[in-house]
Write a protein that binds this ligand. Structure first.
Ligand SMILES: Nc1ncnc2c1ncn2[C@@H]1O[C@H](COP(=O)(O)OP(=O)(O)OP(=O)(O)O)[C@@H](O)[C@H]1O
Length: 744
């Protein structure tokens, strides 16, 4: 008995399958044994050794109107196949849940906020008129401007590359056209539409930032590639889904270190990354030089002649790597929309480099010629119904050559239509040639660069199709969901990921998707399952040792040490004028003391919830924090050296209003991950009788909060509330011992 596996079924039953075997192949359905259907797949027993033949004949044929894929498999492989499909199906569902959630949030925002409010938030622009700008490859171009001539557009988040929706009266109508922003000036935004509607050339239009589906689509495409993988990707896939263990890495011999300053743990991590066969993980706690280490891995790989793809979830993290690489003289190029790349790095984007390329220039010339021809074409009638009268292009050309009219269409019209057709052929030819030249130009550039830097998502763009890399490096991998990491991984022979799973995971909006695993990262899963493919960096270059110590014990098994250069540094080096501190704040702001907990338990500082909000705020705490910030500034600390953070968005808003100082950042804890400042003040916000601490319970959030400050950390909170959680209680005990707890 052998088996075939049918995939891509769409609700067909056993009868349909037998019917297709009878109808589409010359194999007798009588030799079929058990048919086991599971969702879109079926495992089918085949007698008489005919499985292979049946698979070949049935593959790509229709089973009750829809095409299926069929292959011959061994029964013992079926369990593995179920594992792979189980993995892929599960993640496709989670990605879809998240996509729907984003769509829902977007619609809710449109429903609950007025157009003016959305405009003030930078998410919509009102009172627009549209002007036809002709066609481009991307579709119909329409330029949108304010109705009042000469009025500039308001400040907006809407940027080149974003998906926008245009509406006239109701932004919630499902058939409102959507398009991609291709150009933006102070006065206009030009959008390309696939399927425009005629009202977009009117007045009274509104543009809304819309959900960008492309990233979700790329994750799903990556999952499909993972499912169908063969060769090297199949090996990596089998590790990822748990069918195989990665090879234990051997330490590579490194003859020459490019960065002479690397510490021992960084060198170990590099050597193991280079020696690894499949996947290697670099666990980098805050300030331990994750990126520094990853850059050395890339430089070494490049020196060995390897081609590298360097990615991260966010544009900022990708730019950061690119910056490091360029600094070190590595030939790297940034692929991605220029609008999303830091201005200083613009010259290194593919879009910018391509401008210098001869092939590309030629391609642009051809495109310009095509557009000229298109303009010329407008003088001639489009050979549509009323003129064409069923005549083919060949017929029209023949008639034109013979100088005849036909079917009631005059000779002149025939001549004009023939000219239109001739131009059309030429236009298509020009565009085709231009596309080909452009592709050659892209290949020329990408092939001469040793490293390509993109976001995970852009690693799935058309430009990157059919490119394979000896090494894929994913920085901040614990900030990427698993399907997002799969996008670059599908281009890899080998993968190195750097991250820290003791800090916050990627933001997942849909609770169900998060709980079912979209928040659990691939890095963490592999780190926990295969400790032998992980190196931990153990020297940090950011914080005073007392700022580091609690996190070190709690989250990093006490392995970290502070480098000499930072170990003892405090605000004392800043020579502040401490006489300018308010009396009641002198102890809190003491420049010699790096760790302070300000306890509001004895003070009337209760949290509150704004109407309709799910967040929290604490006005008394905000007032106190604002005074501290003000005192620090007064004594000589620069605003750009201070950050005020809170886990709660409403508290951040409140602090922002109270402090309102340029360059002094007020941010959510989640939004401040990866960043650092000389002084960080944390406003914990929660203060209630029930010891309810909400999402502070995720202690990874505490870890991020505690590890942002270099010289001074001040945490403000109500010990009687937050101590309901053991780790917070331990932290306060720690401060009592190694820092200073100040009860108000
Ligand atoms: N071996 C080293 N010697 C001296 N300085 C170092 C070393 N490694 C890293 N640093 C410095 O430490 C700082 C942090 O480095 P890097 O940005 O690579 O860290 P990271 O772990 O990626 O940071 P984060 O925790 O913010 O993600 C940088 O200023 C870097 O120059």
């Amino acid at each position: 008995m052998s088996n075939i596996l049918i995939t891509e079924l769409k609700n067909q039953g056993p009868g349909d399958i037998l019917g297709a075997i009878g109808g589409e192949t010359d194999i007798d359905p009588g030799i079929i044994g058990n048919i086991d259907i599971n969702g879109s797949r079926a495992l089918i027993e085949v007698n008489n050794g005919k499985a292979e033949e049946l698979a070949t004949q049935l593959n790509g044929k229709k089973v009750d109107h829809s095409r299926v894929s069929v292959r011959n498999i061994e029964e013992e492989d079926f369990k593995d196949i179920e594992t792979i499909y189980g993995y892929v199906d599960r993640f496709k569902q989670l990605v879809e849940l998240e996509r729907k959630e984003e769509m829902r949030e977007h619609e809710e925002s449109i429903r609950t906020l007025s157009g003016q409010q959305r405009e003030a938030e930078g998410k919509a622009i009102l009172h627009l008129r549209g002007r036809d700008e002709g066609n481009a490859l991307e579709g119909k171009l329409v330029k949108f401007m304010r109705q009042h001539k000469g009025e500039p557009l308001p400040e907006t988040e809407i940027a080149v590359g974003d998906l926008v929706m245009i509406s006239r009266r109701d932004p919630l109508l499902s058939d409102n056209p959507t398009g991609t922003v291709v150009q933006k000036t102070n006065y206009s935004i030009t959008v390309a539409f696939d399927q425009p509607r005629s009202f977009i050339f009117d007045k009274g239009l509104r543009m809304d930032l819309y959900v960008n589906d492309i990233t979700y689509q790329r994750m799903k495409d990556a999952l499909t590639r993972v499912e169908e993988a063969t060769g090297r990707l199949a090996d990596l896939r089998n590790i990822i889904v748990g069918l195989r263990s990665p090879e234990e890495p051997e330490k590579a011999e490194v003859d020459k270190w490019f960065n002479k300053e690397l510490n021992e743990s960084q060198k170990e991590a590099v050597a193991h990354s280079l020696g690894a066969e499949d996947v290697h993980l670099i666990h980098g706690p805050p300030g331990t030089g994750k990126t520094t280490t990853v850059i050395e891995v890339i430089e070494q790989a490049v020196a060995n002649g390897q081609k590298v793809l360097a990615t991260a979830a966010s544009n900022i993290a990708v730019d950061n790597m690119l910056d490091f690489l360029l600094d070190r003289g590595v030939k790297a190029v940034r692929v991605g929309h220029p609008a999303r790349v830091t201005p200083q790095l613009q010259n290194h984007t593919l879009d910018s480099l391509i401008e210098e390329n001869d092939q590309y220039r030629k391609s642009e010339e051809l495109r310009a010629q095509a557009f000229e021809k298109k303009e010329e074409q407008e003088k001639f009638p489009h050979p549509s119904g009323k003129y064409r009268r069923g005549m083919s292009n060949t017929k029209i050309k023949e008639l034109a050559e013979e100088g005849r009219g036909s079917r009631g269409v005059s000779e002149d019209k025939i001549q004009e239509m023939a000219r239109w057709i001739e131009l059309q052929n030429k236009i298509e030819e020009l565009f085709e040639e231009a596309d080909q030249l452009r592709e050659e130009a892209v290949n020329e550039i990408l092939e001469t660069k040793q490293v390509i830097c993109t976001t995970n998502s852009t690693a799935g763009s058309e430009l990157m199709e059919n490119r394979e890399f000896d090494l894929v490096v994913i920085d901040e991998a614990t900030q990427s969901t698993e399907p997002s990491c799969l996008i670059p991984i599908t281009r890899a022979k080998k993968v190195v990921m750097a991250g820290d799973h003791r800090q916050l995971p990627p933001t997942v909006k849909n609770r169900k998707a998060a709980d079912k695993g979209l928040e659990d990262t691939l890095f963490e899963r592999l780190a926990e399952k295969h400790s032998d493919i992980k190196n931990m960096l153990d020297v940090q270059y950011r914080m005073h040792e007392n700022i580091m110590a609690f996190s070190n014990k709690q989250f990093y098994d006490g392995i970290l040490s502070a480098n000499e250069s930072v170990k003892e540094y405090t605000l004392e080096d800043f020579q502040l004028d401490i006489n300018l501190f308010d009396n009641n704040l002198t102890e809190i702001l003491d420049p010699r003391e790096p760790v302070i907990f300000v306890d509001t338990a004895g003070r009337d500082a209760a949290e509150r919830t704004k109407q309709g909000s799910t967040s929290k705020e604490n006005p008394e705490e905000a007032l106190l924090v604002a005074k501290m910030a003000d005192n620090l500034l007064r004594s000589g600390v620069q605003p750009e050296d201070i950050a005020v953070i809170s886990p709660y968005k409403d508290q951040v808003d409140l602090l922002d209003r109270k402090i309102d100082t340029e360059n002094l950042e007020t941010k959510s804890v989640d939004g401040f991950q990866g960043r650092e400042k000389e002084v960080v003040i944390i406003s914990l916000t929660r203060s209630n009788k029930n010891g309810n601490i909400g999402f502070l319970e995720d202690v990874r959030r505490l870890n991020v909060s505690l590890t942002r400050a270099k010289r001074k950390l001040i945490m403000v909170g109500d010990s009687s509330t937050v101590s309901s959680h053991e780790v917070y209680a331990d932290f306060i005990d720690y401060v009592r011992e190694k820092g200073r707890v100040i009860e108000l």
